[in-house]
Design a binder for this molecule. Sequence first.
Ligand code: HEM
Length: 521
Amino acid sequence: MVEFAEFDRLWRTWPWLPITMAMAIVTTIAMVTHRKRTKISLNFPPGPPKWPVVGCLPHLPFGPPPEVMFAKLAEKYGELMLLWMGTRPYVVVSSARMAMAFLKTHDPEFANRPVSVVRDYVSFKGNSIISMSASDPLYQRLRRVFIVELLSPKKIAAARELRKEQKMLKMLQAIRGELDASDRVDFRKAVSTLGLNLSVCMIFGRHCGGKVVPKEIETLMFTFKKAVKLIQRINISDLLPSIRWLDIQGIEAELRDVEIQLRKCIMVLIEQKRLEMSSWSSSEIESGANERDIMSKLLSLEGEDRLNDDQQMGVVFALLIAGSDSISKGIGKAIEELLKHPLFHKRALDELDEVVGRKRLVEELDIVRLPLIQNIIKETLRLHPPAQLLIPHGNLEPCEVAGFHIPARSSVLINLYALSRDPLFWDSPLEFFPDRFIGSNLTVLGNDFHYIPFGYGKRGCPGLNLGMTTLQYGLALCLQCIDWRLSASSTVSETSVGSKDLPDLFVDGELRVDPRLLDSL
Ligand code: HEM
């Protein structure tokens, strides 16, 4: 999801970059001439100066995470910026007003995804909904399958048993199983494994936490992590498409291998599920066996909804990539914030004790009676949206937005980091204060453009309901079962970056983990 996560790496590799750039010189001459011709009459959004080949890269204040860097640049250039990265145009949106212009007023024009090398590989021959253009006829079909067949509130409710079958509890026990002699656990590793385990469990209906993980699931998770690392790397071939054939960083070659491996392990799991389904009795089917997990539903699709092997693999990978990281980040950041704000932590535990008690586990249906847990998740999504820049949108044709000319094939980044800290809309925007949502009718559905953690419009997240349910239920269970505390060697630290003093949180080191309910269940 994070196309820019490695700006730092790019910057560090800067010394050899100009040598490579020289190879693109011929293309550049054409580009510069073109620019001179178009600049005369077109009103481009403001942005740092553009140089041949490298664009504005030398002017970018690298160091902080990309969303923070862009928020800082927006203080100088404004709510809409045009940045040329290499030879590619990037448009950065930093206000609710502009977000509405791109995601609502001009939604049809910008509901595409920009081209990228990664899109050619882990999309299983162009079959991934995430990277597909909205104009692709398959897109509408897949989007319907996601929203109506796989992720509708009704289908999610039908799969509640799967989540309730103590699978989540087992995953928490697995975290506990990894504790060292001093009862400490690597927090980041624990929550990222939790998110991936949960997604695999929801997709395939198989428990995969704990010490004994089925081989095929272990291979999938290993390969998936490799793919994510590659997707997050910034690829010079994307910035300078004319030298893609050189594959300077070797990313394309690695992606090719990873795609082959992913195909193999996803296919094994699909075959296993087909075999399992073929042994179901009619009474099992009548009692809703094929509604229990996403894969069973996917393989039961009929008529024009039926998908071929590549399309099924594309769906599985999209669900893994879009679901697991956002769930780990959401639950992880909520726990970090509570460690830093013990008063809200205590209030959340009191709420759980009062509504659920300590004799049974919290269930999804309890969530409606846990308003503080709901508000903690909302506030976490405000300050730490898992996709800080959404997933880049793209336009096929040039377009006029708010009086500015947006070049064709731009990558449009909506900077949620800037939107959710805009003092025009938020009181004390840097403060973690879940109570701000009490009595407010602000929801995650995106009715107000200063709060759109799931995006909005044609490309808005189809997993919103499942995402919210899992985050709230997951956090409630994590808090009810485990007493999360900082170990002596750990700190929750804030980094202050940028001139507006915009902090982020980090738990450094390991956490002490004491059972609250875990051992008695
Ligand atoms: C847990 C919290 C989650 C958050 C905050 C979140 C947020 C987002 C965001 C911001 C986007 C991009 C929207 C855009 O490009 O404008 C997105 C896309 C997507 N999400 Fe989620 N998501 C979450 C969970 C999930 C889950 C659980 C699933 C499915 C199991 C899912 C499936 C998808 C898919 C398939 C897309 C791509 C849609 C498209 O390109 O048409 N998400 N999500």
